[in-house]
Each structure stands twice: as structure tokens, then as C-alpha cells.
Design a protein around this ligand. Structure first.
Ligand code: 5RP
Length: 218
């Protein structure tokens, strides 16, 4: 089975967490796109969806689904999103699609975070995937130097501007022994909007699409 088939399997399994009348947060990326398509087909009568990116908002609307403003929903019952890596404690690296800041906001506003991924994302430890950091363009060089001081090797993601008008710096070589500590240390650098470590707000449920079927971890 190819990765897309495994992503689709995980995405469709997440439908079991969606109940009529809910507000549902929706992440960003190819796995989430399968989830949006499944939502469009399932026609569950939810109150509406909070999108974590403009791309997701557009895809939800193309499916005829009702998009809500997070400022009008209060906390939301469930958030469904993909990941670039997940460790055994459901701590994640996200942001491959450059949507990490809004994703972390919606995930943090959610009572339940269901993470959907193909099983190649299931890792014993975070850190192989370069860590995305969203940075104000004004602070790009300064932030890069601070990331070097934290042990990382920063690379500007060329040609990418986030939905918030910022740049992404991808960082390799960081120490992920304590992801909560690293998440906080990076976010203390002035000019950093947020980084792709989801350790303070990790996932509550992992749904991995695997060749043996969907593996659910809680
Ligand atoms: C976007 C993300 C995505 O969830 C992550 O990159 C996984 O993407 P995909 O589902 O395409 O593998 O964090 O910012």
C-alpha cells in the first residue's frame, strides 16, 4: 500500500470521533485533505468547522462545509490534524505544510486532539524531521543565530510565506530529549511566532494507517 492509501485509512477512521452538533477543528496537509473529503461525503450535521489554514478553509468550502471563525466558537470539542512525526507520548513535530501556528492555536482550543497519519510517522523519538519555526521576516537572521546557539542548523524555507505573512526556518540537529523544554526555549526567542513541536499540547489520540489496518493509540 502506498502512503496515500494509509493516510486515507487514518483520515476515514477519524470520522468516528465526529458527532452531530459539534464544532470540529480541522488541520492542514495531505492527510487532513483526505479527512475533509471524507467529511464532505459523510454529511454529518455538525455546527461547523474551524480551519487551521486558508488552504483548509478553501477545501472545506469546496465541499460545501460551514466554516466558522475561532473567535466566535469558544473552545471546540475535537480537532483532527496530521503530523510529520509522532513519538510514543503523542508529542509531535508539525509544520511541514507551514501552518503550525494556527494549527497549535486550534489544537490548544480543542478538548480532544485526534492525530491522523500513516504509520511511517510513528517514531521512537522526535527529531529526524527538520523542525519548522515560524518567524517574523524582520527577525529572520537574529532568530537563526539564536537557533544555532540552541544547537540547531537553521535553513530558510525558500519561497514560502505563511498565512500570517511570515517565513519558515527549518532546523535540524536539535536535542529532543525533552521536547517540552525545547518547545518553550525556541518560543522564548523574540521574533518567533511558534514552532512545530507539539509537546505542551500533544495529541490525545493517534490513528495510524498501517498495512495491517488502522492502529489506534490513546
Ligand atoms: C502542516 C502540518 C501537517 O499536518 C504535516 O506536515 C503532515 O502533512 P501530511 O498530512 O501532508 O503528511 O503540520 O503544517
Amino acid at each position: 500500500m502506498n502512503a496515500d492509501a494509509l493516510k486515507k485509512m487514518a483520515a476515514e477512521a477519524a470520522l468516528s470521533y465526529i458527532q452531530p452538533g459539534m464544532v470540529v477543528g480541522v488541520g492542514t496537509g495531505s492527510t487532513t485533505n483526505f479527512f475533509i473529503d471524507a467529511l464532505g461525503a459523510a454529511k454529518i450535521h455538525v455546527d461547523g468547522y474551524v480551519a487551521s489554514s486558508i488552504a483548509t478553509e478553501n477545501r472545506l468550502k469546496a465541499q460545501g462545509l460551514n466554516v466558522l471563525d475561532l473567535n466566535s466558537t469558544g473552545d471546540i470539542p475535537v480537532y483532527v490534524d496530521g503530523a510529520d512525526e509522532a513519538d510514543p507520548h503523542f508529542r509531535l513535530i508539525k509544520g511541514g505544510g507551514a501552518a503550525l501556528t494556527r494549527e497549535k492555536i486550534v489544537a490548544s482550543a480543542a478538548r480532544l486532539f485526534v492525530c491522523i497519519a500513516d504509520s511511517s510517522k510513528d517514531k521512537p523519538m522526535l527529531g529526524k524531521f527538520p523542525l519548522p519555526v515560524e518567524v517574523l521576516p524582520f527577525a529572520r537572521s537574529f532568530v537563526a543565530r539564536q537557533l544555532v546557539k540552541l544547537g540547531g542548523t537553521p535553513t530558510l524555507r525558500n519561497g514560502v510565506t505563511t498565512d500570517n505573512g511570515n517565513v519558515i526556518i527549518d532546523v535540524t540537529g536539535l536535542d529532543f530529549t525533552d521536547p517540552v523544554k525545547m518547545e518553550a526555549a525556541i518560543n522564548l526567542i523574540p521574533g518567533v511566532l511558534d514552532n512545530g513541536i507539539f509537546a505542551h499540547r500533544r495529541a490525545d489520540v493517534m490513528l495510524f494507517g498501517s498495512p495491517d489496518g488502522v492502529i489506534e493509540k490513546k
